[in-house]
Design a protein around this ligand. Structure first.
Ligand code: GLU
Length: 289
């Protein structure tokens, strides 16, 4: 029998805030109600911005909130082999291509050459230029052999042609436009997403689906800001033959100015509240749990 398995997956690149407390406590509560497991995962592939200090701060904050999770904690930086394997599979199946353009080159292309109606993804980021997708293999090989850096991007059109229909999921929470129940995603809206960064054999999108599968996660409970990214996650699961969890996107805790909380704001940081003498009960009241 499958054990209901939930996870909280922060990135140790800053202090947790009230929004993270809500997500972690909701995951733990839902796991408890389902008689399931509650896991913690450190999403620390960004080796420059993630630090042991931030990780320690997260563990202290979660302990202070009264949470108990299974050990050992999975740390993404210790599992690059798993992501490499998944990446290689997509590369071998001609679903990914090396993307050589630097941020500056992309910016220059966008201002100087891009058509006026060049598409943007749901976060407002312009699609990556199509030049590298069409590059001759000989040129790719030559550039790689000179040591030029590159990331890997998913050829979204080709990827969608390989799966049956548009990927869908069971949404037990709600999307930004009230989406719930069976949701049919639109991964093409993201263009050719990055599946591996220059310095790491994975990206958030790739690592998250590989880990959820390896850890046997059955229920992904996370903020509504990740709702649209789920379409990409579902597509990657179909391409890699991974099991499909159910998804629950929850409300975001907003600041007093009505805006999304950020890791750089001190007033809603859990560490600051903890050091100011607040209790876990105070936090629960502040976030309405
Ligand atoms: N690591 C992501 C974040 O901190 C969360 C990923 C997820 O829950 O899928 O925003």
């Amino acid at each position: 029998m499958t054990v209901p398995t939930f996870r909280f997956a922060p990135s140790p690149n800053g202090d947790l805030h009230l929004g993270h407390a809500y997500s972690a406590l909701l995951n733990a509560r839902m796991a408890g109600e389902a008689g399931g497991r509650f896991l913690l995962r450190m999403e620390d592939i960004d080796i420059e911005r993630c630090t042991p200090d931030f990780e320690r701060g997260i563990l202290d904050d979660l302990t202070w909130l009264g949470l108990v999770w299974e050990r050992p904690v999975r740390r993404q930086s210790e599992h690059f082999d798993d992501y490499s394997e998944a990446l290689q599979r997509l590369v071998d199946e001609d679903l990914a291509y090396p993307a050589f353009m630097s941020r500056g080159e992309v910016r220059a292309w966008l201002t100087e050459e891009a058509p006026a109606d060049w598409p943007r993804d749901p976060d407002g980021v312009p699609f990556y230029p199509s030049r590298d997708r069409h590059m001759a293999q000989r040129e790719r090989d030559a550039r790689i052999s000179t040591g030029e850096g590159y990331s890997w991007r998913l050829d979204i059109k080709e990827a969608l042609a390989r799966v049956r229909g548009r990927p869908s999921w069971d949404e037990t929470g709600m999307g930004p436009a009230g989406e719930t129940g069976l949701v049919v995603g639109d991964p093409a809206a993201w263009g050719d997403v990055v599946i591996a960064r220059k310095d790491v054999p994975g990206s958030y999108n790739l690592c998250v689906v590989v880990d959820d599968a390896i850890q046997g996660v059955t229920d992904v409970v996370r903020g509504r800001d990740l709702f649209h990214a789920t379409a990409v996650h579902r597509l990657l699961q179909d391409l890699l033959g991974l099991p499909v969890p159910s998804y629950h996107h929850h409300d975001l805790i907003l600041g007093e100015d009505g805006r999304k909380l950020s890791k750089s704001r001190r007033d809603t940081a859990l560490r600051a509240l903890r050091e100011a003498g607040a209790t876990a009960g105070d936090v629960a009241r502040m976030i309405g749990l």
